[in-house]
Ligand binder design. Structure first.
Ligand code: NAP
Length: 265
C-alpha cells in the first residue's frame, strides 16, 4: 500500500492538469501527498523520457520507485499513458506491480582544475567540441585497448541502448542483461588512423578509461544523458557501473520488446 507519494512533472500544460488529476485521485484512494520526495514511497513522473532523466538528476537517483505517465513525445521509459490513470491507481492499491531496477553509469572526470563524479541512466559521451578530429586512448579494466580517432565515444547502459546509442548503430539490449556498451561515434579508418568500428560489450565489473591522446585533444566535452557536464582541459574520464539504480514501477502488462516494437522500430 502506498502511504505517501510525490509528483514530479515537466513544465507543460497537459502535465500540469495530470498532476492535479493524479494528486486528487491518490488522495481519494487514501494516500498522502509529500512535498519531500525523500519521504515518499512512490514518485509519479509526468512527462516523457526527458522528464525522467531530469527527475533522476534532480533527486539524485531516489530510493523510492518511480512510475511514469507519458505526456511527452516518445515516452520509452514511461509505463502508462494519461488514459490509464484509474487503472494505474487500482493496480497500485492492489500491489499489482514489480520494480525494475535499471543500472546506472558513474563517471569520474579529471580536469586540470578538479575531479568530479557524475551518474547517468542512459549514457556518457566523450566527444570533440569543434570541427577537429579527436584522438582518444581507451583502456578496459586497466588494459590499454586502442587509440580511437573520430568524433567521440559513447558508453551506455542497457536502458540507454535505445537512445543516442541506437542512432549511432549500437545494439538494443534487454534491460535484464547486465553489461556496458561502448559505441564509436564516426570512427576514422584510413592509412593514417585505425579505430575500432563495432560496438564493444563489457561486463559490469570492468571500468573504461578514456584519455585524450594529446594536449590539444583535451578540448572535449563530456555529456551525461544529454547534458554537458565538463569541457576543456579534460585529462581522464573513468566510467563504470554506479552503485545507484533507477527503480521503475512496471505492471504485469510490461514487456520491453513490445515497447521496442511499438516505439523504436
Ligand atoms: P531531447 O534531445 O529533448 O530528446 C531526446 C529524445 O530521446 C526524446 O524523444 C526522448 O524521449 C528520447 N529518449 C530519452 N531517453 C531515451 C531512452 N532511454 N530510450 C529511447 N528514447 C529515449 O533530450 P532529453 O529528452 O533530455 O533526452 C536526452 C537523451 O537524448 C540523451 O540521453 C541521448 O540518449 C538522447 N540523444 C539522442 C541523440 C540522437 O539520437 N542522435 C542525440 C543527442 C541526444 P521523450 O520524447 O519521451 O522525452
Amino acid at each position: 500500500m502506498i502511504k505517501k507519494f510525490h509528483i514530479f512533472a515537466n513544465g507543460d500544460e497537459t502535465s500540469a492538469q495530470i498532476v492535479q488529476e493524479v494528486r486528487s485521485k491518490m488522495v481519494a484512494a487514501g494516500a498522502e501527498f509529500s512535498e519531500d520526495e525523500k519521504k515518499a514511497d512512490l514518485i509519479f513522473c509526468i512527462g516523457g523520457d526527458g522528464a525522467l532523466l531530469r527527475l533522476l538528476r534532480q533527486y539524485d537517483f531516489p530510493e523510492a520507485p518511480i512510475v511514469g505517465i507519458n505526456t511527452g513525445h516518445l515516452g520509452f521509459f514511461q509505463e502508462i499513458t494519461v488514459d490509464g490513470i484509474d487503472e494505474l491507481i487500482r493496480m497500485l492499491a492492489h500491489g499489482d506491480y514489480h520494480i525494475q531496477e535499471n543500472s546506472a553509469l558513474s563517471a569520474e572526470i579529471c580536469t586540470e582544475s578538479e575531479t568530479k563524479q557524475i551518474t547517468a541512466i542512459n549514457e556518457i559521451v566523450i566527444r570533440g567540441e569543434g570541427e577537429r578530429l579527436m584522438h582518444l586512448d581507451m583502456s578496459i579494466g586497466k588494459n590499454y585497448i586502442s587509440r580511437f580517432s573520430g568524433d567521440g565515444i559513447l558508453i551506455c547502459t542497457p536502458a540507454g541502448s535505445t537512445a543516442y546509442n541506437y542512432s549511432l548503430g549500437g545494439v538494443i539490449v534487454d534491460p535484464e542483461v547486465d553489461m556496458l556498451q561502448i559505441t564509436p561515434i564516426a570512427p576514422v579508418n584510413n592509412s593514417a588512423y585505425r579505430s575500432f568500428t563495432s560496438g564493444i560489450i563489457v561486463p559490469t565489473n570492468k571500468t573504461i578509461e578514456i584519455l585524450p591522446a594529446k594536449a590539444e585533444d583535451r578540448f572535449v566535452v563530456v555529456i551525461e544523458d544529454g547534458r554537458i557536464v565538463a569541457r576543456d582541459d579534460v585529462k581522464k574520464v573513468t566510467v563504470g557501473v554506479a552503485g545507484r539504480k533507477a527503480k521503475i514501477v512496471r505492471f504485469s502488462s510490461y514487456n520491453f520488446w513490445s515497447k521496442v516494437k511499438d516505439k523504436i522500430l
